[in-house]
Design a protein around this ligand. Structure first.
Ligand code: B12
Ligand code: SF4
Length: 482
């Protein structure tokens, strides 16, 4: 029997060239589709290159089951996305498949393979790293896969080991015409497994309507560069229609880094959604900038089905905001939230504790600010220096790193401090982090509002999960800095 997640014809008699695996990472109860792998899969499918796509994360598979699948399918190569947080897991996958009788070539792409290809080869166990966008590179690579390093030298945008040295071929130019890329190969994914934590909707999908962000935030690595490239709205709407009509998706999270940068495009998108008659809700799940939103726009977005906007706020102190390159002000944040409240839009506020220029005083200001803004949800993360960012360089130069150069020691949930400065110690940052969660979520007003919002079992589940998380990241005792 053929299931919806079966690549069918591509299996055929021809040997599998590439098995794409979404490596299991932490399960926060809200699995999302691996868009990067699904885009790579889409071009392989178009070119009829035999491959398979396994979302081991969503399927809850452990490493032995993945290895069993590799043994059974015997692909020439195994490919995976590796964020910095997944370097150690990538290594486990690489070691496991290389221990097989006829080991496949291990190909890693994604943020860490792009930022630190050498390390992804040395410590992550990759044979080949695909740097940057993968859709064109993977086709060239598949054509020369069996040629070994001599042939790989002719493929732009990859890194690999040849003898004792790591070879980096020339960068591949960014894909200018995003409409030329087929839609992600979702028919090979277990779509029923994806869900949002907030609404518990099972038929949920993510999309990206543009690539790149011109922002300069020092903690952020812009995977698609600073040059913003857009898909046409015809192309975006065709994907939206496919999601709703073919995959029966009820909710879409737009993952663009800067969706609201072009106000006219957002207006046109909303109008197209309204005219389409398609029934679905959407949200800006990856956050947008407060300076790119106003009440009229929010009102239109709400009418077009947008129910939630996440905002990157980061700090409640103008000086800190300026120094981290966020290029927004506290007043702009206040205006955006006032507008969202008037419109009745749900909000998520992303805040950070322990910026390089923070003091205990400015961290307190951030917490007070979060409470004053009162978003529907607030997420506090400890400032995390990821390689490839200005923050990483700053910490190396000016901070006192608590983890040295070992990226596998970073806490990717953002619950632990990674460095101290002259202005704050590890204990200060820990205390402020606990205070942030406890003050925001244990306010009588917040508790009362959450209880009043309960409409379904899922709402109760969300609250319970929230309480468990709170106990974990901000346990009682230990002093909350008051
Ligand atoms: C959605 C998302 C998530 C989802 C993951 C969903 C999923 N299954 O993929 C969730 C919410 C779980 C998540 C969590 C985190 N995320 Co996140 N996330 C994103 C986001 C917004 C979009 C990713 C995406 O779908 N991109 C679109 C696809 C098309 O791009 P892509 O994945 O890079 O793939 C392309 C290429 O890289 C390449 N490629 C990728 N893989 C492969 C494999 C092969 C074989 C080949 C040939 C090519 C290839 O080809 C693809 C097509 O061009 C990005 C920001 C961004 N703009 O990308 C951040 C981003 C990836 N996340 C980031 C971070 C820091 C995190 C967290 C650590 C945050 C936190 N504190 O919680 C956690 C880590 C989770 C974990 N346990 O490991 C950073 C990563 C930086 C880094 N150094 O790794 C990013 C870049 C955000 C940023 N601007 O800093 N994230
Ligand atoms: S944090 Fe957001 S606005 Fe800032 S550079 Fe990154 S993607 Fe752009």
């Amino acid at each position: 029997m053929r299931s919806e997640t079966d690549p069918g014809a591509l299996r055929g008699p021809s040997p599998l060239r590439l098995l794409l695996v979404n490596i299991p990472f932490y399960h926060a109860g809200c699995a999302e589709a691996p868009l990067g792998l699904a885009y790579v899969a889409s071009v392989l499918e178009r070119e009829r290159i035999p491959f398979d796509l396994l979302d081991a994360n969503a399927l809850g598979m452990e490493m032995p089951e993945i290895v069993a699948r590799v043994r059974e399918r015997r692909p020439a190569a195994v490919g995976a996305t590796v964020m910095t947080s997944m370097l150690a897991a990538g290594r486990r996958l690489a070691d496991a498949v290389k221990a097989l009788p006829s080991p496949p070539i291990v190909v890693f792409g994604g943020p860490h393979a792009t930022i630190a290809p050498g390390e992804t080869i040395e410590r992550g166990g990759a044979d080949i790293c695909v740097r940057g966008e993968g859709e064109e590179t993977v086709l060239d690579l598949m054509a020369r896969l069996t040629e070994g390093p001599a042939g790989w030298r002719g493929v732009a945008g990859i890194s690999f080991r040849d003898g004792g040295e790591v070879v980096h071929t020339a960068d591949r130019p960014l894909i200018r015409d995003l409409d030329s890329i087929p839609f992600p190969a979702r028919r090979l994914l277990p779509m029923e497994r994806y869900q949002t934590i907030h609404t518990g909707r099972k038929r949920f999908a993510t999309i990206m309507t543009s690539r790149g962000c011109p922002g300069k935030c020092m903690f952020c690595y812009r995977p698609f560069g600073r040059d913003l490239r857009y898909r046409s709205l015809d192309n975006v709407m065709a994907e939206v229609r496919e999601l709703v009509e073919r995959f029966r998706v009820e909710e879409i999270s737009i993952l663009d880094d800067a969706f609201t940068l072009d106000r006219e495009r957002v207006i046109a998108f909303c109008e197209r959604v309204l005219a389409s008659g398609l029934q679905f809700e959407w949200r800006l799940g990856n956050g947008t900038r407060v300076d790119l939103i106003d009440e009229d726009l929010l009102r239109l977005m709400k009418r077009a089905g947008c129910y939630e906007v996440a905002f990157g706020i980061e700090s409640g102190d103008d000086e800190v905001l300026r120094k981290i390159g966020k290029e927004i002000t506290v007043a702009q944040v206040e205006r955006a939230f006032a507008a969202a409240k008037r419109v009745g839009m749900e909000t998520i506020g992303f805040f950070m504790i322990g910026h390089p220029f923070d003091t205990v005083g400015t961290m307190r200001k951030t917490i007070d600010f979060a409470v004053r803004l009162d978003p529907t949800y607030a997420q506090f993360t400890m400032s995390t220096p990821l390689p490839g960012t200005a923050l990483w360089t700053w910490v190396k130069k000016h901070g006192r790193s608590l983890i040295g150069d070992d990226v596998t020691k970073l806490d990717f949930l953002g619950t632990k401090p990674h460095y101290e400065t002259d202005a704050f110690t590890r204990e200060d940052a820990e205390r402020m982090y606990r205070l942030a969660y406890r003050r925001f979520y244990l306010r009588p007003r917040y508790v009362w509002r959450s209880l009043r919002r309960i409409r379904s079992w899922n709402d109760i589940l969300v609250i319970l999960k929230g309480l468990v998380y709170l106990r974990k990241v901000a346990p009682e005792g230990g002093g909350d800095g008051r």
